[in-house]
Design a binder for this molecule. Structure first.
Ligand SMILES: *Cc1c(COP(=O)(O)O)cnc(C)c1O
Length: 469
């Protein structure tokens, strides 16, 4: 063994202790660490001939690289839809690295960590009140989850026309209907060889809505003259957290032949709360659902899961099986994750979620969801009270979409946001809503409190006064 490695091995405990202490210092100081950074680093670092050892590497990391990092797990990082990491999720994440399993098969040679993944999916189904007619597994994010689900949908579509797209490639136009797809679904259509522009846009409902217009959907379905199609629907659009009407879509499902996919990246967690579960009523009728865990479940990146109805397991295996050999036996008995997902080798990605669910239970997550929604309302009220801001859409759940009031101020929105983000006290993302430039604040982090809203509103008022609106 190389002497440096040997030294590291001997000092392992000391090294891990240092890393742990650094982690605790970072997390305890999250509120004071800026939410944005303009620091840069010269990335032309030369690879050492002789290594430095972990302790020296840690020192260099602190000096050169840590200044690039921001308080993204902190309470005022409201950009994108970003959760933080709860203590239990960090325990699970650390232990995934320590145990370093390659999570694939059940009841095969070489370990049974896939059972932990099965159990975690079972817990998630209970959290979301979904039936165990779904099977699921972990992927890196909702993008890969959409990819997995829509990959199976693609195979289903081919089968309706007597074709095997997985084996022979796509030989027919695949009909996709959707109203307000997330950009990652379009990326998925590109990756699947369907084409990111090859979908039919269904209208959104009247009024300030991003949900699918059911009448227009049915019109578009009728225009297909009985041909099969794939419907990509939304449980939580990013701008305004709007939901398609899943009861109506369920009713259509009994009349027409289609694959129903739901992108529920963050909105799926509405199911956890008595107050908000009506948004997802009827979603159990879907063929596939994509859900992120690194958003509202507050586990570290990269964590998401897919759900596909068990009845489609053969289509899923046809799409993702890792060999050309026909799959032998009962697919549910000889289950191996590498035959149902894009990745072959996989870390024990379920563990942070398992720890979180066991540690905090249904009540813990209901609390996070309801508190986030309450904070969104609170922030929205503060904006309404200041005549220089205006909400672009009603606040349905946890996302607040707003802008500077007055069309004449549209060209100042970007400048305002840049100055706000430059304070390092808060981070929000720009958006466009109904042709208006706006800003989105998303409440998902378990640490966010009312005090944070006070801090942010104060910064916002200072900047807008300074901009002289
Ligand atoms: C965030 C998000 C995605 C993409 O998820 P990643 O985790 O970034 O891959 C997809 N759909 C919706 C609705 C999202 O909010």
């Amino acid at each position: 063994m190389n002497s440096i490695l040997q030294h590291d091995l001997k000092n392992f405990e000391v090294i891990l202790e240092k890393a742990k202490q650094q982690g605790i210092d970072f997390l305890n100081n999250l509120e004071n660490i800026p939410t944005s950074s303009k620091n840069k680093v010269d990335t032309n670092r030369v690879l050492n001939e002789v290594g430095l050892g972990s302790e020296e590497a840690l020192i260099e990391f602190n000096e050169r690289l840590v200044p690039l990092l921001v308080s993204s797990p902190g309470p005022r990082y409201w950009g994108f839809v970003t959760g933080g990491s709860t203590p239990a999720s960090i325990v699970g994440d650390w232990l995934s690295s320590i145990y370093d399993q390659n999570t694939q098969a059940v009841a095969a040679q070489g370990g049974n960590s896939a059972l932990i993944e099965f159990e975690t999916i079972h817990l998630l189904l209970q959290l979301l009140e979904l039936p165990d007619t779904f099977m699921g597994g972990f992927v890196t994010g909702a993008t890969m989850s959409n990819f997995t689900c829509l990959g199976v949908a693609r195979q289903w579509f081919g089968k309706q026309l007597g074709k095997d797209f997985a084996k022979n490639g796509i030989s027919e136009t695949i009909n996709i209907l959707t109203a307000m797809p997330h950009s990652s679904s379009l990326k998925t259509l590109s990756m699947l060889g369907i084409g990111s522009q090859n979908y039919t846009v269904v209208k959104t409902s009247e009024g300030n809505r991003e949900a699918i217009d059911i009448d227009d959907l049915e019109t578009k379905i009728k225009e297909l003259n009985g041909k099969p199609f794939i419907l990509i629907s939304s449980a939580g659009t990013v701008n305004t957290a709007d939901f398609d009407d899943f009861k109506e879509i369920s009713a259509l499902k009994s009349k027409y032949n289609f694959w129903w996919h739901i992108d529920a990246a963050f909105g799926g967690f509405a199911a956890v709360s008595e107050k908000y579960k009506h948004y997802v009523e009827g979603w159990q009728g879907a063929d596939s659902i994509a859900v992120d865990c690194h958003k509202w479940l507050n586990v570290p990146y990269e964590s998401a899961f897919y759900l596909v109805k068990k009845e489609h397991i053969n289509l899923q295996i046809e799409t993702f099986q890792n060999s050309n050999a026909p799959y032998l036996g009962n697919p549910l008995e000889n289950f191996n994750y590498l035959n149902v997902l894009p990745e072959n080798s996989r870390r024990l990605r379920a563990l942070p979620v398992w720890f979180s669910l066991v540690a905090y239970g249904k009540e813990g997550f209901c609390d996070i969801i309801e508190k986030s929604a309450l904070l969104a309302l609170h922030f929205g009220n503060e904006l309404i009270e200041d005549s220089r801001f205006e909400l672009l859409a009603p606040i349905r759940l946890n996302n607040v979409c707003f802008t500077l009031k007055g069309d004449e101020n549209q060209d100042k929105v970007a400048q305002f946001l840049m100055r706000l983000n430059d304070t390092g006290k808060v981070f929000m993302t720009p958006t466009v809503y109904q042709n208006k430039k706006g800003i989105r604040a998303s409440f998902v982090n378990w640490r966010t409190a009312e005090e944070d809203i006070k801090i942010v509103i104060e910064e916002m008022k200072n900047i807008i006064s300074d901009l002289d609106l």
